[in-house]
Design a protein around this ligand. Structure first.
Ligand SMILES: C[S@@+](CC[C@H](N)C(=O)[O-])C[C@H]1O[C@@H](n2cnc3c(N)ncnc32)[C@H](O)[C@@H]1O
Length: 268
């Protein structure tokens, strides 16, 4: 299995190196340059005042959210295994004369690159499906937090992954539960943030149930402070989705019926 996981990660890294420049164009980087944050109100409210806090962002992509947390006053380190993402993140940081430190490494190798603890460990929006071992991830989160520090995640709700995302009607197509072998997506499918871009590299993804995620953090030694669920998504996950006034994607027919996003806060 180890070898298979290595191949899966190597392929995912290729995919993210392919997507980094695509997202650099399709995300609102120009808005960010002129002062607009990449962060939504829920995350800003949940994390509250981060001014002066040391802040570790896992799987930071090209740094859009990461640099937004620096703008909120945090002292930020962002890590990602896509060298193209980190290159673009450093370019944007330097262009805007910001300070965030970026590290290029696999999240599972982070201890070899970083020997510090943080007030806040953060990760968000499209991160857990790339992780081969949720328990090892929970232990890493614990390891990098100072005593009393907080872990926060906003992520797509695992329930949202069970529906057919190609057809109208929210039909159950995939399993809610984890299996060790990753699912391979190798079809001609447009990228979630640029519907004119068809991805070339396959992706290898793992499903983690809400129980898997929460238990990984509890078993690592963290205390859950809250777990909130929302009927809206941060990307267009289904054909019938429309954007609400705050920029969230919603299912008009299924409002208040299906959990699509969750947030979770834990304390060490
Ligand atoms: C959807 S993006 C991150 C979401 C971020 N909120 C955004 O949209 O800008 C997922 C990121 O996870 C990174 N990633 C995937 N697997 C990883 C791993 N094993 N170690 C480190 N980074 C990884 C990818 O390179 C990619 O930048």
């Amino acid at each position: 299995m180890d070898n298979q996981f290595k191949k899966a990660e190597a392929s995912n890294k290729k995919l993210w190196n392919e997507l980094a420049p695509v997202h650099f164009k399709s995300y609102d980087v120009d808005g960010f340059r002129t002062g607009k944050t990449a962060l939504d109100k829920i995350q800003l409210q949940d994390l509250g005042d981060v001014n002066g806090k040391t802040f570790l962002h896992l799987q930071c992509h090209f740094g859009h959210d990461t640099l937004s947390w620096e703008r909120e006053g945090a002292i930020v380190t962002g890590i990602d295994f896509s060298d193209k993402s980190i290159e673009l993140a450093e370019q944007l940081r330097d262009e805007l004369k910001m300070k965030t430190r970026f590290i290029c490494c696999n999240v599972y190798d982070l201890k070899e690159h970083l020997n510090e603890q943080f007030d806040i460990v953060y990760t968000s929006q499209g991160v857990l499906c790339w992780l081969k071992d949720i328990d090892a991830w929970g232990k890493l989160v614990f390891h990098f937090l100072k005593p009393g520090g907080r872990f926060y995640i906003m992520e797509s709700h695992p329930t949202s992954h069970i529906f057919d995302d190609e057809q109208l009607g929210m039909n159950v197509k995939y399993s809610y539960f984890h299996r060790a072998e990753p699912t391979v997506w190798d079809d001609e499918w447009p990228d979630y943030s640029d519907e004119n871009y068809i991805t070339k590299n396959p992706s290898f993804e793992w499903q983690w149930s809400l129980g898997d995620i929460v238990n990984a953090l509890i078993n690592a030694g963290l205390k859950v402070e809250f777990l909130n669920e929302y009927d809206k998504l941060f990307y267009k996950g289904f054909p019938e989705m429309i954007k609400d006034n705050d920029g969230w994607w919603v299912l008009p027919e299924y409002r208040d019926k299906i959990p699509l996003t969750f947030t979770l806060m834990c304390k060490k």
